[in-house]
Design a binder for this molecule. Structure first.
Ligand SMILES: [Zn+2]
Length: 200
């Protein structure tokens, strides 16, 4: 029988921090790491550290960036009067990849879910309102995910903006409830954007 390797147990537990990675996958990854040469392992360690050290949320919109502000906030060719509200920084990736959206973003970071103890305070809407004022935003498209939490969040935000002179719409999903923006193809996303519906 193999000797019990405590160090690899620690690595396996650390790898299980990734969503969707269970004991089996984490164990496989840990043994893959054991098989790698030192240079490969060093390169992984180095890029992990660099990523954490150099990348931070853009103080204006919450997307990840390496400089003072992100390249989207910094781009005067983009339409700063149109804002897409997303839950997670990575939700911007499909829009950027397909170049379907040319405005600016705002990242909420979370969505309302009373069952999970996430309240209105967690949304940091004061930051959103400041941003809207500063940029003179005229249109907001809410692209929270098509889940109960996403819908609740969208309605709450729309409601808190109703006294402002802003057109507020919700991304029209050709996607079933519970699916994720990550998996939307470019055509679906383009349709979702063009077919956005005004929130009354
Ligand atoms: Zn930004």
């Amino acid at each position: 029988m193999n000797e019990h390797l405590e160090t690899i147990d620690i690595l396996i537990n650390a790898l299980k921090a990734f969503p969707g990675i269970g004991t089996r996958q984490a164990t496989r990854m840990a043994y893959d790491i054991l098989r790698m040469d030192d240079e490969q392992v060093d390169s992984i360690i180095h890029s992990l550290k660099e990523t954490k050290e150099k990348i931070h949320p853009c103080p204006r919109c919450g997307l990840y960036c390496e400089g003072d502000i992100c390249h989207i906030c910094n781009d005067s060719n983009r339409d700063h009067e149109t804002m897409l509200i997303i839950t997670d920084p990575k939700d911007s990736l499909p829009f950027e990849k397909n170049e379907t959206f040319h405005g600016i973003y705002f990242v909420l970071g979370t969505s309302l879910s009373l069952s999970q103890g996430r309240t209105v305070e967690d949304l940091h809407l004061d930051k959103l309102f400041t941003r809207i004022e500063e940029e003179g935003v005229k249109e907001i498209i809410i692209a929270t995910e098509p889940t109960v939490a996403g819908e609740t969040t969208a309605l709450y935000i729309a409601n808190s903006l109703k006294d402002k002179d802003i057109k507020v719409s919700r991304l029209a999903y050709g996607l079933p409830m519970g699916s994720s923006i990550d998996y939307a193809d470019s055509l679906t996303l383009d349709r979702a954007l063009k077919g956005r519906t005004k929130i009354e």
